[in-house]
Design a protein around this ligand. Structure first.
Ligand code: MRU
Length: 344
């Protein structure tokens, strides 16, 4: 068992992130000393994955507070707002970002001395709680797998996408330890290839058998049999259980329904946005066309072709068999069940 993949750390008074853009060919840590650079790192995909983005932003607030307090002991709470806005604008879909900023904001209200120790401890708490939540979800999700089977996952919802251990890959890690996983099929996940670069890397580290699928191959693979579950993470879950996740998740869920394969979404409650009634209202990130038209910095598409690069899609709740959170499992999600889960 490799619990050692932790993509975010605070060391030598600075934030350090594994550069996920160059994995697995290179394993580099990058250092950050100010909030605007942290916001840029999130936008640029140095760090990605909903919970990891939230944790990173929380540490970004620590850096923002340090700079603001150095500038003015009396006015730092006003000065910090500009950096908080920059962090909030770094990516739109993963609600964990806004959840973490709100939690750090509440903490700021309570401080009347040097903010750094208190905010650092809050950011570290957010990080530790996320790892714990993933381990709980791992156990809960694994218990849903009755017979040994193969599973399909999409994008990377692993240790790299979280504080550590992973959401969907956390379930897979726990189920593997319980002898319930035959093989993991990982969609490549164009255009950033989180599946072939990151998910496959995480699985190989732990000797969990992994086979890559071209995006779009999953329906054909399901037809051959042996796939018990699709297991994915999420960037935002609406109040009715609709699930936003990496583009391609929706058609994976449709294919699963057709073939009698079950769909599990593993996500901490920090990914649930009860202020949004349904998936229609989830803001979907539109990224640059170049990410699709080029590969490895080289143009591959025909000159003159355009590209539509929505980074996420929304899977309706009625295609989801189970949402697994650290607070419990919601089978066949509905608005009423989500309210019950969130204790509202
Ligand atoms: O664009 P990314 O790489 O940030 O997208 C990540 C995903 O879609 C993950 O599946 C999601 O954030 C869940 S991570 C535990």
């Amino acid at each position: 068992m490799n619990d050692a993949i932790i993509p975010i750390k605070w060391e030598n008074d600075q934030l350090q992130l594994i550069d996920q853009r160059v994995l697995p060919q290179e394993y580099n840590w990058l250092s950050y000393n100010d909030a605007p650079s942290v916001a840029q790192a999130i936008t640029d995909m140095v760090v990605r994955g909903a919970p990891a983005i939230g944790i990173t932003a929380a540490f970004g607030v620590v850096l923002a507070a340090r700079a603001a307090y150095e500038q003015s002991v009396s006015d730092w709470k006003n000065i910090i707002k500009k950096d908080m806005d920059l962090l909030a604008a770094s990516r739109p879909t993963a609600v964990n970002l806004f959840w973490a900023l709100e939690r750090m904001g509440l903490c700021i209200h309570t401080i009347d001395t040097n903010p750094v120790p208190v905010l650092l401890s809050e950011a570290q708490k957010i990080h530790e709680e996320d790892i714990q939540a993933n381990k709980t979800m791992g156990d809960l999700g694994a218990s849903l797998l009755k017979d040994k089977c193969s599973v399909i996952t999409h994008c990377n919802a692993g240790a790299l996408a979280t504080g550590g251990y992973g959401t969907a890959l956390g379930v897979i890690r726990s189920a593997w330890r319980e002898g319930k996983i035959e093989r993991v099929y990982a969609d490549e996940t164009r255009p950033w290839l989180q599946g072939s670069r990151l998910t496959a890397w995480e699985m190989v580290q732990e000797n969990i058998p992994v086979t890559l699928l071209c995006d779009g191959a999953s329906a054909h693979r399901m037809k051959q049999g042996g796939i018990g579950w699709v297991i994915v993470g999420s960037d935002r879950i609406a109040g009715n259980g609709d699930v936003a996740n990496k583009i391609g998740t929706y058609h994976l869920a449709i294919a699963a329904k057709y073939h009698g394969v079950k769909v599990m979404v593993a996500a901490p409650t920090s990914t649930i946005d009860m202020s949004i009634k349904s998936g229609v209202d989830i803001p979907i990130e539109q990224r640059g066309a170049d990410e699709i038209l080029s590969l490895g910095g080289k143009r591959i598409a025909a000159e003159g072709a355009e590209a539509w690069n929505q980074a996420f899609d929304v899977t309706p709740a009625n295609l989801v068999d189970a949402i697994v959170t650290e607070k419990g499992v919601v089978e066949h999600p509905t608005a009423e069940k989500m309210v019950r889960l969130m204790g509202q």
